[in-house]
Design a protein around this ligand. Structure first.
Ligand SMILES: C[S@@+](CC[C@H](N)C(=O)[O-])C[C@H]1O[C@@H](n2cnc3c(N)ncnc32)[C@H](O)[C@@H]1O
Length: 224
């Protein structure tokens, strides 16, 4: 969990999900918080904490994690849309992609302000990562009765990493050509639309609901 703060989410992933053999590691750059979390954690759980900068995770191996779960960390980093902020967010994404396993998933709970969405799409759809293709799903989180933060609409974004076969010249060529196009699939009626990037951003800003955004490289490769 990148940027865990003092949240008990890491602990809940272990106690509430019911997934066997799950291990959770959480990172934050606030030393005092990490020390407190490490000291107060239940000792019978596979739960570890370390101090670290999520934009440069020293000591974390490539492809070492199946999932990365961000709750509020991207929102904390993406304070505005200034060039240096965007650069820092993209460095963060690159680091998450590095530590995620092949087919790993980056999950983000965010308020998803339009500039944050643009930062996400700029990296995962328009970005220059030629080794991977990303599928992005966006779900609105239902309000929970009595939940203190219910006045905020929050979104759950899931970014799935899919490696591209670098020996497949056709895939690489198509990946480059697809950079200016995204396909939006409304997961409710399964209607797939092909939009250019700017239109996609507009559509998302106007009507943030439930979307899957996927450059359909694999189906194109099969000639469909
Ligand atoms: C809004 S808080 C969310 C905390 C927690 N995830 C939660 O759900 O309550 C953002 C957290 O990200 C951490 N953070 C921000 N930038 C970071 C960075 N570059 N490296 C590590 N942690 C960072 C902050 O210290 C803070 O704990």
């Amino acid at each position: 969990m990148p940027g865990c703060g003092n949240s008990d989410l890491s602990q809940k992933l272990l106690t509430k999900l019911g997934v066997s053999n799950l291990e959770v590691h959480s990172v934050d750059y606030e030393e005092a918080v990490v020390k407190k979390m490490e000291e107060s954690k239940p000792k019978d759980l596979k739960l570890t904490y370390s101090v670290g900068d999520v934009t440069k995770l020293v000591g974390h191996a490539d492809a070492g994690y199946e999932y990365a779960v961000d709750k509020g960390t991207l929102d904390a980093i993406a304070v505005d849309d200034k060039e240096e902020t965007v650069k820092m967010c993209h460095t963060y994404f690159k680091e998450m992609v590095r530590v995620l396993a092949k087919d790993g998933t980056f999950m983000i709970v965010s308020l998803l302000q339009p500039h944050v969405y643009k930062i996400l799409l700029d990296y995962f759809v328009k970005g220059d990562d030629l080794a991977n293709l990303f599928t992005i799903k966006v779900n609105r989180i239902e309000h929970i009765e009595g939940y203190a933060e219910k006045q905020f609409i929050k979104y759950f974004v899931s970014v799935k990493k899919m490696p591209i076969d670098s020996s497949n010249a056709k895939q690489l060529e198509m990946r480059t050509k697809l950079q200016d196009m995204v396909h939006i699939k409304d997961s409710v009626n399964s209607e797939v639309q092909s939009l250019n990037y700017e239109k996609a951003i507009e559509k998302i800003k106007v009507d943030q609901q439930i979307y899957m955004i996927a450059p359909t490289l694999k189906s194109l490769d099969k000639g469909r």
